[in-house]
Design a protein around this ligand. Structure first.
Ligand code: B12
Ligand code: SF4
Ligand code: SF4
Length: 253
């Protein structure tokens, strides 16, 4: 069964695939898989290599890397989930590249219901580096993950024991807002404001200011390039503008 799924994934262009049992998925800060789907037994995790857009000095081109990748990753996830469902008569739940994010109003922290990084580690696809992202043994840091939760019982893959981060500290030194200074914890607010100025926070700020402005001020705001950037980020779904902790990471082969 695993081989058939692996071969199909390879055929459609997925870079790597791993299998984790629900018991091995240990993500203390997100909800339990059983609260997502009580019959869940296995998490199939898919890995996709990023293109090199993030190395471009042109920030619009750099941010498009995420969009182009997400579309391929999500449609591949759907295809594999449908293959598993039809071939093995099972239930399948797809987790896309981008997921809903909840805001904890007490801590101001952002978290999803499902942690793709913890699933990737459990499925033997890599381990955490100093930048708090998961490093793949071959493709390194510039990878993203999607997942399929299923009621099929499958032999899990073994987690990778070898340390993949070289501890060079490039990610920490190059973060423009020192969001990685504390080990094992990204300062989410610092990172968010820097890497997504046209995301939810920027959107909220813009419309708050808009409602408080005079009609003349409002007209000016709508013609400002900031409004165009917010509009582009929303419609194109390409919101990241900082990639400093991933672009020069030497890990991988
Ligand atoms: C919300 C979110 C963000 C938020 C907040 C991040 C956060 N909470 O860590 C913001 C906007 C800041 C963000 C930024 C980025 N993100 Co983001 N993000 C997510 C999202 C949607 C949810 C994350 C989440 O809630 N995790 C669960 C929480 C509660 O994590 P946690 O338990 O607190 O774990 C944290 C620490 O404890 C530590 N940690 C936990 N266990 C261990 C163990 C060890 C040994 C170590 C060292 C650390 C460690 O790592 C976490 C980071 O603080 C995921 C997709 C998903 N559904 O998983 C993508 C995701 C994590 N993001 C991703 C990426 C690529 C990025 C960016 C590089 C985007 C960019 N600029 O291009 C940056 C990198 C920032 C960084 N270095 O941390 C990828 C990571 C891929 C990878 N190779 O690991 C993901 C998995 C998306 C995907 N589908 O692939 N992100
Ligand atoms: S994405 Fe940018 S701001 Fe966020 S941790 Fe990485 S380098 Fe720092
Ligand atoms: S840049 Fe260096 S320290 Fe940071 S994750 Fe990559 S290998 Fe580890």
């Amino acid at each position: 069964m695993k081989e058939e799924i692996k071969n199909y994934a390879k055929e459609i262009g997925v870079d790597d695939i791993g299998f984790a049992s629900v018991e091995n998925y240990k993500s203390p800060n997100t909800i339990l898989i059983n609260e997502i789907y009580p019959e869940a037994k296995t998490i199939i995790v898919l890995t996709f290599q990023q293109l090199d857009n993030c190395e471009s000095e042109n920030i619009q081109v750099a941010s498009l890397g995420s969009k182009i990748l997400s579309e391929f990753a999500d449609s591949s996830t759907y295809k594999i989930a449908r293959f598993v469902k039809q071939k093995f008569k099972s239930k399948v739940i797809g987790i896309s590249r981008h997921t809903h994010v909840n805001v904890n109003t007490e801590t101001n922290l952002l978290f999803a219901d499902f942690s793709s990084r913890h699933a990737a580690v459990a499925a033997g696809l890599g381990n955490f580096g100093r930048h708090n992202l998961v490093i793949h043994p071959i493709m390194g840091t510039k990878v993203v993950f999607t997942a399929i939760i299923t009621d099929l019982d499958m032999q899990p893959d073994s987690p990778i024991k070898e340390e993949l981060c070289t501890d060079c500290n490039i990610c920490v030194d190059q973060c423009p807002v020192n969001a990685l200074d504390e080990e094992n914890k990204t300062n989410v607010i610092k990172c968010l404001l820097k890497c997504q100025p046209y995301g939810f926070g920027g959107y909220l700020q813009f419309w708050t200011k808009f409602t408080e402005s005079t009609p003349e001020g409002q007209k000016k705001m709508l013609r400002d390039k900031k409004y165009k950037r917010l509009y582009d980020a929303l419609t194109l779904g390409s919101q990241y503008v900082c990639f400093n902790c991933i672009k020069d990471c030497p890990a991988g082969q």
